[in-house]
Design a protein around this ligand. Sequence first.
Ligand code: MG
Length: 467
Amino acid sequence: MFGTNGIRGVVNRDFKPEFTTKVAEAIGTFFEQSEIIIGCDGRSSNVMLKSGVTSGLVATGCSVYDAGLAPTPCIQYAARSHRFGGGVMITASHNPAEYNGIKVLGKDGVEVSRREEIKIENTFFRNKADRVEWQKVGRRSILDGVLEDYMDAIIGHVRVNDIRKRRFHVVLDSANGVASLVSPRMLRELGCRVTSLNADLSGEFPGRTPEPRPENLSDLRKTVRMTGAHFGVAFDGDADRTIFVDETGEVQWGDRTFALIEDHFLAGNPGEKVVTPVSSSQVVRDVAEKHESNVIWTKVGSTIVSHTMKKTRTKLGGEENGGVFYGPHQPVRDGAMTIALILEIMARSNRKLSKLLNDLPRYYIKKGKIHCPNAQKDLVLERLNDSVKQLEPETVDGVKLWFSDGSSILIRPSGTEPVYRFYAEARTIEKASRLITLYKRKLQAFVGSTRSESKEPEETTIENLPM
Ligand code: MG
């Protein structure tokens, strides 16, 4: 039932009112009659989901505090700072308008772990929700002020005066989502001039789709160039992820922005480590090595990054898709916090964003895939592991290998299709291609003579774009 980030589906196809209420009863049973904060992003189906979630929670004796429309990281912050027993965020993040979803938050604001999700799923599928007697049915209250508290908390983590002095001009593309409830105000507090795109809340996302991909950001790039702004920022639908456009109008991918933050964080915090999924660029490891630090690699998924940060007491995490987890604030990805950190770096270095980012090593990325029946995937992985042992592979999710010339390759079985995927990074396109060819051949031998049945091209080349 739960995917990478909560439960998602198309409204009135997957997410029907009775389904939502039943899920919420399972969540309420898990939270054992505690006080629960709920919030939602700007989708048109929110009334329907919020009513269902509220009904299920109060039926199981939880009390509901409705914080209204807010970014996901704002509700996560409020869950912890108000000491709620847990939270529910109603959002489908970057998915198109017809989708909605539910993220379940623990009392520290972090999405619950896979083990806790399984508990909730068991209650749901076994019809074991604990409905309470009528006297114990929970109440619903309105919770005001979470947006202001959240904004103040972020501002408290950066050098406000240094940033204010620079009078930055920032173009914000909020994707008609909840980012516009916090970030324009926060930037003005930080002395910035703000130009807003897609700032009006609309559940239909008329400005652009809520996934900040380079192909959706032409208006933002144009506006940054035309207005001479210092940079532009595009949010996803629930404002936990940000993609930056530098002052030249170039889209800078998430792991590069993260590497810039990592560079400054490790310079000021020697001995600290960083957490990132194996899908992140080599540049994250390069920056860590420069500071004689280490990267803790995880499986792909923001919840896994958060829980790894908690377990290992790591203060910084990041993802290639624009998620930055700044532990001193909260160990979850947070778009507004990311902007504040970038502003602070720019203010202190007195350099342009393109210059700061172009100082980082650049890599060519080559992708490939081969067909592999699902039943063979585990055995193939085992054989691959055996064959590359001497290269000290990272095996937390597939196999990742690093080579002495700075190149690397990630080989992962797809979770949804009968294929193995390859992602190579190198200083030259030829080297990246050679790595893909070499390891495709190696894996093909393990799989046997299976031919690819996919209609997608088997190889693509990208320069400085996400894997
Ligand atoms: Mg999101």
